[in-house]
Design a protein around this ligand. Sequence first.
Ligand SMILES: *Cc1c(COP(=O)(O)O)cnc(C)c1O
Length: 408
Amino acid sequence: MGQLERPAGLHRFRNNDKAIAIGNTFWEETARNGLSGIVANLAEGGYLQTQEGHRFLNFSCCSYLDFDTHPGIIQGAIRALEKYGVMDHCISRIRIQIPALLELENRLSSLFRANVITAISASAATAGVLPLLASGHFSGNRKPVMVFDKNAHFSMNLYKPVCGDETEVLTSPHNDMNYLEDVCRKYEHVAYVCDGTYSMGGHAPVEDLLMLQDKYGMFIYFDDSHSLSIMGEKGEGYIRSSIPGDLNELTIIVATLNKAYGSSGGCIMFGPKGRDVALLLERFGGPLAWSQPMNVAAIGASLAAADIHDSPELKRRQDKLKRHIDLFDARVASEQQGNGFPIKLVSASNDKVMAAGQHLYENGFYVSPVFFPIVPRDQAGLRVMLRAGVEESEILRLSQLLLDFGLN
Ligand SMILES: *Cc1c(COP(=O)(O)O)cnc(C)c1O
């Protein structure tokens, strides 16, 4: 009596009750075992140190090239603040912007061989781009059916309901090219949304995707946050370096500057019609329009990072990372063994994985355990992320501890 009826069609794309119940079970268990909520400072030699004096190396760190502690990048932030004397102009960039922001976008454009506009983060970039993609504003006003890969990052999935308000939204099984081709046969306009490199390991089958693009005119939105800087001659990432020549008008690549790139912010790479796309994003791209742009410290750090990406130091660090990946892969088995990427999910039984994580932590390594219910029971494991800036001896010690613990 008098009860409000629930509107039809709720929870088509997300369900917080379910997500929170699952997530809390995971986080409570992690916190109880002391593997979350850790407070630590940077100490000598790239170690982290808690207030109680426990020293450890972070092996679940996305700063794959250790640029986040690069003195040149830190100095870049300081220099820019001193030079401009302001954090930002506190007004949308549509109206007034700092010349250094345009300088940075030009630098990134030439590094990544694409038109580039920046955002305060990859998440903000995605928030700006996906709704406009759904409404057909990147595809000649023809709304595409949007297909999100099942394993697409949270930052993209968050916008499924928003996209679903503009067009039809589907979720494909992970990396399933047959599914995708069926959708392309069925619908005239399709836009696929995926990670270039996945946070839990693995990557998009870029050649197959480009073939589908060629054959059906499929639009592709890549979030390649995990491979920017670590791959490509100028650090343009796995996806950009897999696409010869210019980006076409059917491809957008978003990536964070917060991970291997070593500064703070996000970038959007796109092809021709540069000015049109940039204006559309600046005016209607959600937080790109209503939030502040990257602040001066982030711009200064990013310009310094661009200098490093344009120098031989980039390749030295990329090579070192590669050696570390090979060193680890030669000792420890994982589904990602030999794939050339730094993220390795080392399987462990669901019952054992937390104890393994604790054992490693006590021995000076932080590695995040993932277990049921955030992953199926048989997919539990330790998420090891390799880095350039650690000693080889530490990688050997970590590998040995994993083997001693009877993992894989
Ligand atoms: C880390 C990550 C993000 C978040 O990047 P921010 O710039 O910090 O918002 C987005 N997408 C993917 C695939 C990521 O791995």
